[in-house]
Every structure is written in C-alpha cells, then in structure tokens.
Design a binder for this molecule. Structure first.
Ligand code: ZN
Length: 355
C-alpha cells in the first residue's frame, strides 16, 4: 500500500488548550502526552503536516471593559451589558497571548514548527517534514471596525479569519449550537462585516464560514471574490446541527471551487447529534463521501477540531489519523483522491486566496 500523504488540517484549538494549562495540567507542545489531542511527537506519529492553528477568545462573563468606546460600531453600545459579548480590550489582550504562544512554539521548536504566510512556505514545510502552522482567528472581536487592526495582525502573520465564532460581534452574528434546527438563526453581517470581507479579499486573508449563521454565509457569498471555505463543518443532511452546512451551502462552496474541512466532532457527525464519543470513525467518512458526491473530491479536506471538540473513541487523538486514512481508502478513494483530501485541495484554495 502506498504511504499515507501528510495531512494538512483545517482546524485545531491546541493553542488555547495549552494556554489554559490548568484544564489539562500544563502540558507542553513538545512532550508526548496522553491529554489533549495534539503535541509535536503525536503530530509526527499521526502524519500531521500542519494546519490552521485557531486563536479563540473565550467568552467572559460580565466583561465591563466592553463598555469602553473602542470604535466598535453601533452594536457595542446597545449590547455592552450583554454577558456574552467579548470586549475589544479583553479580546486584544487574549489574542496577544495566543500569538505570543504560537511564536514561542515556533522559536522553541528549533526549526521543527514554522508559522507559514505563503503557499510556497506551506509547500516547502510539508515537503521537508516541518509542521506548518497557519495563524487563524476564530471570531474578529479583536479587530476595530475601522479595520486598522486587520493589517497589523496581517503583518504579524494572520492569514485566516472566522468573522464570528458562535456568538455575535461587531461584524456579524454567529450560529448558536442547536440541533434539529436550521442554521438560518438570525441576521447576517453588519455593515462593518461587509467591509471586513472586502478588506480580507484585498489583503488575501482567508474567510472561514464555519461559525456564521446562514444569512451571514450568504452575505459573504454575495461579496467575496475568493473561493468559499468552511474550515471545520459537516453535512446538515446527515446531522441536522446548526453548525453544519445545508445542501445549498455545500453546493455554493463547490461552485466557487472552495473547500469544506470535515469536522470530526461527534456532535456534528452523529445522526442523533449526541456528544457521545462512542462513535465510529466511519461517521466522519460518511460526511466526507456525502460532500464528495455533491461537489466532487476537489472540494473536501479535513477540519478535525482537535483540542476543541469530542473525538470518536476509535480515533482518539492526532495519532488516530492513519486509521481515518485507511477508512477513507476502504470507502473507495484512491491514492490521488487521498492526496487531494489530505492537503492538495487546501494548497489549491490557499493559492487562490492568499496574495
Ligand atoms: Zn470552531
């Protein structure tokens, strides 16, 4: 059997998990651990070549600082008392720590991990066995509505952004986590959100659709000139979670020549939507096959959600990737298909998105 192609993955939350050391007992990225899903030794063992390293600002209760006027647009004024709103200052502080931790990993790795900013860099790292990290913001709370911050973060290495996480911010409304409900849950992008899409297109920052509600999704579709990307989502028709993509959304991504990174979270792949880890790996393959049948093998990849979600027991952590690859082979995909799914489709989409 031919060797497994290296996997480039659409989404992990490893940086936040490492930063929240208390919840996992302060593990190191460089020491093999049983806790969490990704560290460097396990990534190498699992055949992970790299991926989007998400930087997410957790929701903070009663964030008084969100009342400070930071040019957040009209919404901040009306929602500053909302417990679920993440304030700009808090978001900036948290993101600064996450950025620092990513570059600390790069420095400490002595050449084994690289934060990549171009497709050439990404291809080179994949070829040489260096772990590639794409800097991704999951939610844009740390960016001012005048968008000055966006270029600052771009200069630091930001190459991908989810306009919202599953909550509202100054740019739009994320999709709440609901089951047996349509992802059409409320209003889409704000005027500032539209501007953010234009500016991301201009700079060449990938826009991730995974946490937007359906109207926000279509708002981006109407504006963007890049291929559509959902970095970590699955098929609504197989698991009717608001976080998943309807057939219409899947088709739109296919028509744009974009990509869907299949999410491994059991709650998004099980037909009953339960967070039960006793779920076969084949449930991931079912979503993959379903999406391939609709839009073709050029428009799918993997988007694990490692370190941010509940994995099937059979998969476990990143060392379980070879099991997933063999399940994909068994479903009838050949070596060329596997290369596309593993990393080639991501490279193509990024080459059409990044400047
Ligand atoms: Zn997510």
């Amino acid at each position: 059997m031919p060797a497994n192609p290296l996997i480039f993955d659409g989404h992990n939350d490893t940086l936040l998990k490492l930063l929240q050391g208390d919840s996992v007992g302060g593990r190191s990225f460089f020491v093999r651990d049983e806790r969490g899903h990704i560290d460097l030794p396990r990534a190498i063992e699992g055949g992970l070549g790299g991926g989007f390293f998400a930087m997410f600002v957790p929701t903070k209760k009663k964030d008084k600082r969100s009342t400070v006027n930071r040019n957040l647009g009209t919404e901040s004024g009306t929602k500053s008392e909302d417990e679920t709103i993440v304030g700009y200052d808090y978001a900036q502080e948290t993101i600064a720590r996450l950025i620092e931790s990513l570059f600390m990993i790069e420095t400490t790795s002595e050449g084994r991990v690289k934060v990549v900013r171009t497709v050439d860099e990404l291809s080179a790292t994949l070829e040489s066995g260096i772990l590639a990290a794409v800097m991704h913001f999951e939610g844009a709370e740390m960016i001012d509505t005048g968008l000055k911050d966006l270029s600052t973060y771009y200069d630091q290495g930001l190459r991908s952004i989810g306009i919202t996480w599953s909550r509202s911010n100054q740019f739009g409304h994320g999709v709440p986590f609901l089951f047996n409900r349509s992802p059409d849950t409320g209003p889409g992008l704000t005027a500032a959100g539209n501007n953010l899409v234009h500016e991301c297109n201009r700079l060449g920052v990938l826009i991730d659709l995974s946490h937007l509600n359906e109207r926000g999704f279509w708002d981006v579709v109407a504006i963007t000139d890049s291929p559509l990307v959902a970095t970590h989502s699955a098929a609504f028709n197989l698991c009717p979670s608001t976080r998943n993509l309807t057939d219409k959304q899947i088709d739109a991504i296919g028509e744009s020549g974009g990509i869907i990174g299949i999410n491994f979270h059991v709650g998004f792949i099980r037909p009953d939507g339960k967070g039960d880890s006793n779920t076969p790996i084949d449930a991931i393959v079912d979503h993959l096959s379903y999406i391939v049948d609709r839009i073709g093998v050029d428009c799918v990849g993997l988007g694990s959600d490692f370190d941010g979600a509940t994995m099937p027991d059979e998969l476990g952590d990143v060392t379980g990737l070879p099991k997933l690859v063999s399940a994909i082979r068994q479903a009838g995909f050949d070596q060329d298909d596997l290369k596309k799914i593993a990393h080639a489709n991501w490279l193509r989409v990024l080459s059409q998105t990044w400047k």
